[in-house]
Design a protein around this ligand. Structure first.
Ligand code: SAM
Length: 519
C-alpha cells in the first residue's frame, strides 16, 4: 500500500490508508510550537515513529513541563496518548511504537537532553550567523539536535539521519526548513569525517575554563564551577562523564508481598534480562538493560518489585528499621524509602508517612496497598513545619529525606541539570534547616533522627548537619559504621555514595542521636 505525502508551506496534505486526502491547519502557539488542528487521522509511513516521537517528547520536556523519566515509562506520562501529541505537534501520526522504537526513543531523548549544550554549540558553530540560531523555531532546533546527536554520539549511518530528519522538517514545518537541515547536517558529516569538529579550548581564567568544560561535557556553567571548587577539576570531569553515561537501574524484590530476590532473579532469567546481585543489599538486583521487558512482564504493576537505586536503599540501611518500631518518614512521597522501611518491619510496627504533596502521597498510598504494606503504613498530608505544633506524638526513629537539588542523580534525571538554577541552592538550604528543626521535635529521647539527601553537595549535606548540631545540643552524631560497608563511610561517620567512586547515584545520610529533652 503506497501512502503518498506532499507538503506546501506549512500545510500538510496526505492520503490516508483509504486514499482520501486530508489537510491540517497549523496553529502557532506562544512558545513557538506549531500545532496542527486535528482533522481525520493522517498516517505517515516515511518518518520512523521513534524519530517523530522523540522530537515531540523533546518539545514537551523543554516547553511543556514534562519530565523525561516519566515519559520513558510507557503508559505513564504520555505513553497511551503518544500519537495524539505527535499528531497535534507535527500534523501527522506514524505507526505505533514497538519495543525497539521505544528503546530508541529512550536513547535519543535522554541523550539529546543530556548533550543539549554541546549539540547547541556545534549547531551554532555551523550556522551562517548567530541570529539564525537564536531565532530558530523550537521544533526545527529539536530536529537538528536529534540529527547532531545521532551522528556525533550514536554513530548512526549518516545517510539515514540526513534523509529522515530532512523529511521530518519538510513535512512538519515547510520545505525550506528541510533544506536548512540538509545543509547543516551535511556540513557536520564533512567535519566529522575529517576529524575537524569545532571544540572549545579549555584555557584562560577559571571562569573561561569552566565555560569551555561546560560545553565539552554539556552541563550548566554554575555546576561546573561548584564541582571544580569542591571536588577538583579531574573529579568534576569524571562526575560529568558519569552523568552523561547510560544510567543503570536496580530493582528491589518486595518482601512485603513474599517475593524474594531469588524469585526475582529467576523471573529475570526467564525474561532474558541480564542482572547482577547487589553486593550491598539483600533484596536488590542490578540491571543495565531490559527495563522495558520488566515493565511489560507486569513485575512492577503487580507490586512484586520496585525500581529503586541502591544508594536510596542504603539510606534505609542507615535507618535500620526493626520490627515493632514506630518510624516517622517526614518527606515521604512517592514512598521509595517508606515502602522499603515498611517491608523491614515484618508486619510489626508502623511507618507514618508525611508529605506536603497530596498527589504524590496518593501514589504512596496506592503503592502501599499494591505491595500489601498498607497495614504498617499511615499517611498524613501536611506541612512538616507545622506538624509538631498540632501533634504531641514522638517516634523511635525519624527519617528526613529532605527536598534537595538532586545533584547526585543527574545520570537518571536527564533534564534536571537544565532545570536547576544556582539560586535554588540557597532556598533549598533554608528549607532543609527548617525541616530539620521540625523533624528534631518528633524524636523520642534516646531515639534517632536520620537526615538524608540525594545530593552530593556538601552545603546540603555535611554543612546542614553541622549547622543543626550547633542549634540542637540535645543531638550528636551516631556513626553509620555498623550499617553500611566501609567504602560508603565518611571520616565523620556519615553515609555517602559517590557516583564516581561507587558507580551508584549520589546520596548522603547522617545518624543523629537524641539524648534528652530540648533545653
Ligand atoms: C526527596 S523527595 C522524597 C522522596 C521520598 N523520600 C522517597 O524515597 O521516595 C522530597 C519530598 O519532600 C516533600 N516536601 C517538601 N516540602 C515539604 C514540607 N514542608 N513538608 C512535608 N513534605 C515536604 C516533597 O513533596 C517531596 O515529596
Amino acid at each position: 500500500m503506497v501512502v503518498h505525502l506532499s507538503c506546501i508551506n506549512t500545510q500538510v496534505y496526505c492520503l490516508t490508508k483509504s486514499g482520501e486526502s486530508n489537510s491540517t491547519t497549523p496553529i502557532h502557539s506562544r512558545k513557538g510550537f506549531v500545532r496542527h488542528e486535528r482533522k481525520p487521522q493522517k498516517l505517515n509511513l516515511e518518518i520512523s515513529p521513534h524519530r517523530a516521537v522523540s522530537a515531540v517528547r523533546l518539545m514537551r520536556i523543554e516547553f511543556g513541563g514534562a519530565f523525561a523519566d516519566l515519559l520513558n515509562e510507557k503508559g505513564k506520562g504520555s505513553g497511551d496518548n503518544e500519537m495524539g501529541y505527535v499528531e497535534r505537534t507535527l500534523g501527522f501520526c506514524t505507526r505505533d511504537l514497538d519495543d525497539r522504537d521505544l528503546r530508541l526513543v529512550t536513547d535519543i531523548v535522554g541523550g539529546t537532553i543530556r548533550w543539549r549544550k554541546y549539540l547547541d554549540y556545534l549547531i551554532l558553530s555551523l550556522c551562517h550567523d548567530p541570529n539564525t540560531f537564536s531565532r530558530m523555531e523550537p521544533l526545527l532546533l529539536q530536529i537538528l539536535r536529534i540529527g547532531f546527536y545521532e551522528i556525533v554520539k550514536l554513530q548512526v549511518p549518516s545517510y539515514a539521519v540526513v534523509d529522515e530528519n530532512v523529511q521530518l522538517a519538510k513535512i512538519s514545518l515547510r520545505p525550506g526548513a528541510g533544506n536548512m537541515v540538509n545543509g547543516i547536517l551535511r556540513k557536520l558529516i564533512l567535519l566529522k569525517e575529517t576529524n575537524s569538529l569545532p571544540s572549545p579550548q579549555v584555557e584562560g581564567d577559571d571562569r573561561a575554563q569552566a565555560r569551555a568544560l561546560a560545553i565539552l561535557h554539556s552541563h550548566p556553567v554554575w555546576m561546573v564551577r561548584r564541582w571544580v571548587k569542591y571536588l577538583g577539576r579531574e573529579e568534576a570531569i569524571k562526575l560529568m562523564m558519569w552523568n552523561n553515561s547510560d544510567p543503570s537501574f536496580s530493582l528491589r524484590a518486595n518482601r512485603g508481598k513474599g517475593f524474594t530476590r531469588s524469585e526475582l532473579a529467576s523471573r529475570l532469567e526467564t525474561l532474558k534480562v541480564p542482572y547482577e546481585l547487589s553486593p550491598y543489599l539483600d533484596d536488590f538486583v542490578r540491571i543495565s538493560t531490559g527495563m522495558q521487558s520488566v515493565i511489560q512482564d507486569g513485575l512492577l504493576k503487580e507490586g512484586l518489585c520496585s525500581v529503586q537505586d541502591e544508594s536510596a536503599g542504603l539510606v534505609v540501611s542507615v535507618v535500620d528499621p526493626q520490627p515493632g518500631e514506630t518510624i516517622l518518614d517526614c518527606c515521604a512521597a512517592p514512598g521509595g524509602k517508606t515502602l522499603f522501611m515498611a517491608a523491614c518491619l515484618n508486619g510489626h510496627g508502623m511507618v507514618t508517612a508525611i508529605d506536603i504533596n497530596k498527589g504524590r502521597l496518593r501514589i504512596l498510598k496506592e503503592t502501599a496497598k499494591l505491595q500489601r504494606l498498607d497495614n504498617v503504613i499511615t499517611t498524613v498530608h501536611t506541612d512538616l513545619r507545622t506538624f509538631p505544633e498540632d501533634n504531641c506524638a514522638s517516634y523511635d526513629k525519624v527519617l528526613l529525606d529532605a527536598p534537595c537539588s538532586g545533584l547526585g542523580v543527574l545520570s537518571k534525571r536527564a533534564d534536571l541539570r537544565w532545570n536547576r538554577k544556582s539560586e535554588d541552592m540557597e532556598q533549598l538550604k533554608s528549607l532543609q534547616d527548617e525541616l530539620l528543626d521540625a523533624a528534631s521535635m518528633l524524636v523520642k529521647p534516646g531515639g534517632l533522627l536520620v537526615y538524608s539527601t540525594c545530593s552530593i553537595d556538601p552545603e546540603e549535606n555535611e554543612e546542614r548537619v553541622a549547622a543543626f548540631l550547633l542549634r540542637h545540643q540535645e543531638y550528636s552524631i551516631d556513626t553509620a559504621a555498623r550499617y553500611i560497608s566501609p567504602e560508603f563511610l565518611t571520616e565523620q561517620g556519615y553515609y555517602f555514595s559517590s557516583p564516581v567512586r561507587n558507580a551508584l547515584d549520589g546520596a548522603f545520610a547522617a545518624r543523629l542521636k537524641r539524648h534528652s529533652a530540648p533545653n
